[in-house]
Design a protein around this ligand. Structure first.
Ligand code: COA
Length: 335
């Protein structure tokens, strides 16, 4: 087995295909109800980043060239965020440990002091990271909505039930440039409200960062859909909801942020935004069968709206973190 640094931009198509096979074997073992990934924009998914961010990748390959393990770290701000997986057929041979040692050494050499990782509850990754002293820093619940269970008549009514004085607008691909500023203001207004998050996927609060983040999504093959609630009197963005349909698994979309600016709460905006989004997705994305979303367990108002729409809690999702020098010492005591 050989572990080497790997650049998805110049990798051969055979390598990309082999990586995809391993990823799908991992999904089948650990998340059997999740859709398998397709070979669509996988290279871009692995290589495109936001300006100022860098992703460094490694693969573990057998002599035949088959890729059976992968790790990458996204260096953003002051933290390195890791993704790491090993084919089920070669697990418990310390391959993940070897890959992680490469990652942590590099993150250390780059001068980063903390490292984070998203871990799916009920999978071996929990044991792996806990055995290395990673601490659980944040918990969310993933919920999945099956579109086949949606009561479209009720959703239609909900989409039209926003209080007078507001209108909803739908933007496939992202908001137009003249609304970006208002969109960023709305996100910034709820910054304190939403926090508690380790920010492994930081939201974008200023207009340029927002533009960059939309471009990054498109570049990675992930199509954003946005519905905005506009306060008619002022033209302000009172609320927004974001769903992304990834080319890699276009039957299951990801619900990103849903935000109602505090001054505009109590007007049925959250419900109406999400209902309108479902309606639009149904016609824009005929292959779509499910939408998944992640919520903090204490976000009761949002959980209530999601439950009304038919979202069912699926699994816990964790963010773990570790101190880089300590972790490196644990992985390689000579350090
Ligand atoms: C977590 C994961 C990377 C571990 O890979 P691995 O190569 O089997 O891990 P290692 O052999 O290096 O394990 C190192 C240590 O971690 C711990 N560990 C790993 N898997 C474990 C398990 N299933 N149960 C208990 N401890 C475990 C053990 O302490 C192990 O040391 P030991 O085997 O000497 O006891 C692998 O299970 C995996 O790929 N999971 C999917 C991760 C992922 O990204 N999923 C995303 C979609 S679900």
């Amino acid at each position: 087995m050989k572990v080497r640094e790997w650049d998805p931009r110049t990798a051969s198509s055979a390598e990309i295909e082999s990586l995809l096979d391993t990823l799908n074997a991992v999904l089948a073992a650990d998340l059997p109800d999740d859709p398998q990934w397709q070979d669509s924009f996988l290279r871009e998914y692995q290589s495109v980043t936001m300006p100022g961010e860098r992703r460094i990748s490694w693969v573990a390959e057998e002599e035949s060239g088959r890729i059976v393990g992968h790790a990458n770290v996204l260096l953003l701000g002051d933290i390195g965020v890791v993704e790491l997986f090993v084919h089920p057929s070669v697990r418990r041979t310390r391959l993940a440990r070897t890959l992680l040692t490469k990652v942590v050494r590099r993150v250390y050499d780059e001068g980063f002091s903390s490292i984070g990782v998203e871990v799916v509850g009920g999978t071996p990754a929990v044991h792996f990271y806990e055995s290395l002293g990673f601490a659980r820093e944040y918990v969310e619940t993933r919920s999945v909505l099956k579109l086949s269970t949606v009561d479209w008549l009720a959703v239609g009514e909900t989409a039209g039930s926003v209080s007078e004085g507001y209108r909803l607008e739908y933007f496939p691909g992202g908001p137009p440039d003249d609304l970006i500023e208002g969109y960023a203001v709305a996100k910034a207004a709820t910054r304190d409200v939403d926090d508690g998050d380790l920010d492994l996927r930081p939201s974008s609060y200023d207009p340029q960062r927002l533009r960059d983040s939309l471009a990054c999504l498109h570049g990675r093959g992930m199509k954003p859909y946005i519905v905005l609630a506009i306060h008619q009197q002022t033209g302000a963005v009172a609320g927004l909801t974001e769903v992304v349909v990834p080319a890699q698994h276009p039957t299951r979309a990801d619900q990103y942020d849903t935000i109602v600016v505090p001054d505009h709460r109590g007007n049925g905006i959250d419900r109406a935004l999400k209902a309108r989004m479902l309606f639009e997705l149904r016609s824009a994305e005929p292959r779509l069968t499910e939408v998944q979303t992640w919520n903090a367990p204490d976000n009761e108002p949002m959980l209530k709206v999601n439950a009304e729409l038919g979202f069912m809690a699926d699994r816990e999702w964790y963010e773990y973190g570790a101190d880089v020098p300590e972790l490196l010492h644990k992985l390689d005591p000579k350090t």
